[in-house]
Design a protein around this ligand. Structure first.
Ligand code: GDP
Ligand code: IMO
Ligand code: MG
Length: 420
């Protein structure tokens, strides 16, 4: 059996959580392959809103296997808090599997993240301060601690060794911190984590695929935040692209089936870095207000702007997207005119490529579309959507040469239109 991959094609927060939850009934297994609690995936049903950070978005469907893959980094404190929150909603965890090879975020990783950001001053990344960068640095630097290490007899010594390394690094920063209290909470949370089904998830997953089980790999962040292909250095520290599903779960490239790219009908970005179509005006404010564009993890206001097709086409190319899923077109209801960026003008020259230099002055070349005013939230069928929205969809499809198969029209699980 092939494994399908679902990921964000912009700068994160495209609505991956909602769509994974919607698609879960079609799958047997949902597996997160990268990122950590920098992610905030929002799901809404039965008038309740849930935000997941570490746990895959299939968790609300009883009987479905949810896997936290080796590519994920786990903060035991955030994980334990998530478990506690979900337990209040009678969520069962007997089908939740955690990779032995997933790396652990230590309290000092979080402090290092904060110290590094403070030292960067105006050129900070605008990280979520969850310790993501320092944890992946320890992973690639071959210093990290993994979930499987929690069961090793010398775990305490290994923790101490890494702690000392971090403390010595922290001395290089002019940064005040106290890790003792956080360490106590962390040690307690580690006990919670130890009680879960910690497995060699690459074996489990490949066996499930071999048995013909249907697997959906859930991405976090977005393609333009990828460590290799995003607007470096204003990116996260993992491979958010489709290839990350192979390394983050232990599946062969030949196993990849459908690649679903989630596209917000406009663009948002949290943190620093280039955003050519950003609107620092009343229209941007309107998008933020109507779209409730505030971070699910940090609460920060998201930067808002028009849809960027140069960037989208790039994401489609890097990921081999086979179909796209649009979210939040309902937020665009009421705008007289919509714009989409169809080219960049850099130093007076028009281009379809994202410049290497993140400081390049990019002037977006726009194409305008007539808006619509109808509330589309209760539309059940594609044909019920306003013709102006269908024109918008058609144009994007023809520009990036990939179809939209699903259109989401509200945060709610129920309000999702499957095309054809
Ligand atoms: P993720 O990180 O990609 O899972 O996305 P987030 O959960 O961070 O942000 C997406 C936000 O948009 C959440 O508040 C969702 O509840 C909401 N959302 C998802 N799909 C839609 C949609 O079609 N319409 C509207 N209005 N909101 C949506
Ligand atoms: P989901 O999965 C939006 C951004 C941060 C910052 C940069 C690096 O909910 O889409 P990090 O903490 O990873 O070192 O921050 O990446 N970022 C996200 N933006 N959605 C996310 O996740 C993000 N995860 C990280 O704002 O600019
Ligand atoms: Mg999010």
């Amino acid at each position: 059996m092939k494994l399908d991959v679902l990921l964000g094609l912009q700068w994160g927060d495209e609505g991956k959580g909602k769509v994974v939850d919607f698609l879960t009934p079609k799958y047997d297994v949902i597996a997160r392959f990268q990122g950590g609690p920098n992610a905030g995936h929002t799901l809404e049903f039965n008038n309740i809103k849930h935000v997941l950070h570490t746990i895959p978005s299939g968790i609300f469907h009883p009987g479905k296997i949810n896997i936290i893959g080796n590519g994920v980094v786990i903060d035991p404190v955030i994980f334990a808090r998530e478990i506690e929150g979900l337990s209040k909603h009678q969520v069962q965890f007997d089908h939740l599997l955690i990779s032995r090879k997933a790396h652990l975020i230590l309290p000092t990783h979080r402090i290092l993240d904060a110290a590094s950001e403070a030292a960067k001053g105006k050129s900070k990344i605008g990280s979520t301060l969850k310790g993501i960068g320092p944890t992946y640095m320890d992973k690639t630097g071959r210093n990290g601690l993994r979930v499987g290490d929690l069961f090793a007899p010398d775990f305490a010594d290994r923790y101490q060794a890494l702690l000392q390394k971090h403390l010595s690094l922290l001395r290089q920063y002019d940064f005040q911190f106290d890790y003792k209290e956080e360490e106590r909470a962390w040690m307690q949370a580690v006990e919670t984590l130890r009680k879960f089904r910690v497995v060699n998830s690459e074996y489990e997953l490949n066996a499930l695929l071999q048995q013909g089980q249907k697997v959906l790999a859930e991405g976090a962040q977005g393609t333009l935040l990828d460590i290799d292909f995003g607007s470096y250095p204003f990116v996260t520290s993992s491979n958010t692209v489709c290839a990350g599903a192979c390394t983050g779960l232990g599946v062969a490239p030949s196993r990849i089936g459908q690649v679903f790219g989630i596209v917000k009908a406009y663009c948002t970005r949290v943190g620093s870095g280039p955003f050519p179509t950003e609107l620092n005006d009343a229209t941007g404010e309107e998008l933020r207000a109507k779209g409730h564009e505030f971070g699910a993890t940090t609460g920060r206001p998201r930067r808002c702007g028009w849809l960027d097709l140069v960037a989208l086409k790039y994401s489609v190319m890097i990921n081999g997207v086979t179909s796209m899923i649009m979210t939040k077109p309902d937020v665009l209801s009421g705008f007289d005119t919509l714009k989409v960026c169809v080219a960049y003008r850099v130093n007076g020259v028009e281009t379809q490529e994202i410049p290497f230099d993140v400081h390049a002055e990019i002037e977006p070349v726009y194409r305008e579309f007539k808006g619509w005013s109808e509330d589309i939230t209760y539309c059940k069928d594609y044909s019920q959507l306003p013709v102006e929205l269908r024109n918008y969809v058609d144009f994007i499809e023809s520009f990036v040469e990939v179809p939209f198969t699903v259109i989401s029209v509200s945060p709610n699980r129920e309000h999702t239109i499957v095309r054809g």
